[in-house]
Design a protein around this ligand. Structure first.
Ligand SMILES: Nc1ncnc2c1ncn2[C@@H]1O[C@H](COP(=O)(O)OP(=O)(O)OP(=O)(O)O)[C@@H](O)[C@H]1O
Length: 245
């Protein structure tokens, strides 16, 4: 893409393959039956079959595709929580990811303690976190529950706190998986405005979503993944037309 070529790359995904091992036996009986019938107990499933993508600094990109096509796997590889089997993923600057609701949260700790824990994992120093703590909690709108253990939080409350921490750290790349869908409409709108602010500041944004309205408003580029392969990479309307037909 011409726009990408002129921008300094923020994310490079080069020949990335990822496979998972699928289990076909879940009990001792299954195992014994498979053994007698000489059936394999596991098989390999290729979730990403050689993906090449380059995302420029300041781009806002939507990764679209049907269920199970490999979108979340791709985001996990970019965030570094997963390693590719082949190929490489390179990122520039600080990457913050909102990938799984509650990931990185410790259930036995309070919301307050988890803010410190999460922000530290995302690379913030203690005094930086202290300086932004009130802002983080205010954005999440869960002040009342901040000293409660997060195991008692609803998925929406988890998401509010995780989102709030992620957007208050110094970041260059923000990765967002479907998790916003657990937020209510006013909070989603607040997040959308925050994304617009980050885009205006030149941050790189990669969103995996089935919410075409949000995708249309925030992203200029769309990449469609189908069965582990990139089948479209271009303007966002073309990508939406492919998955929303
Ligand atoms: N840890 C894992 N072990 C085994 N299979 C996995 C694992 N993670 C993902 N998969 C498989 O890889 C494929 C791609 O999954 P992925 O979550 O990336 O899809 P997706 O495009 O994000 O789907 P959705 O739109 O439903 O969220 C699926 O078939 C899934 O079952």
């Amino acid at each position: 893409m011409s726009t990408t070529q002129t921008l300094r790359p923020s994310i490079i995904i080069d020949g990335v393959k990822k496979h998972f091992t699928l289990n076909h036996a879940f009990s001792l009986k299954d195992t014994v039956v498979s053994w007698f019938k000489r059936r394999k107990l596991t098989s390999q499933f290729e979730a990403l079959k050689g993906v090449d993508i380059s995302i420029g600094e300041g781009q806002s990109v939507a990764i679209l595709g049907f269920n199970g096509s490999g979108k979340s796997t791709l985001l996990k590889l970019i965030s570094g929580v997963m390693e590719p089997d082949e190929g490489q993923v390179l990122t520039r600057g600080r990457v913050a990811g909102l990938i799984e609701v509650g990931a990185g949260f410790h259930p036995e700790l309070s919301g307050r303690e988890n803010v410190f824990l999460n922000a530290a994992i995302l690379g913030m120093k203690k005094h930086e976190i202290e300086g932004r703590y009130d802002e983080i909690v205010a954005f999440s709108e869960i002040e009342q529950f901040i000293d409660q253990e997060v195991k008692h939080y609803s998925s929406g409350m988890f998401m509010r706190l995780a989102f709030s921490v992620a957007i208050h750290v110094e970041l260059d790349v923000l990765l967002v998986d479907e998790i916003l869908s657990v937020g209510d409409a006013p909070f989603r709108e607040k997040c959308r405005l925050k994304f617009e602010e980050l885009i205006a500041q030149g941050k790189t944004l990669v969103i995996v979503s089935h919410d075409m309205e949000m995708v249309r408003e925030l992203c200029t580029r769309g990449i469609v993944i189908n069965r582990g392969e990139v089948v479209y990479d271009g303007d966002v309307e073309g990508a939406i037309a492919l998955v929303d037909a």
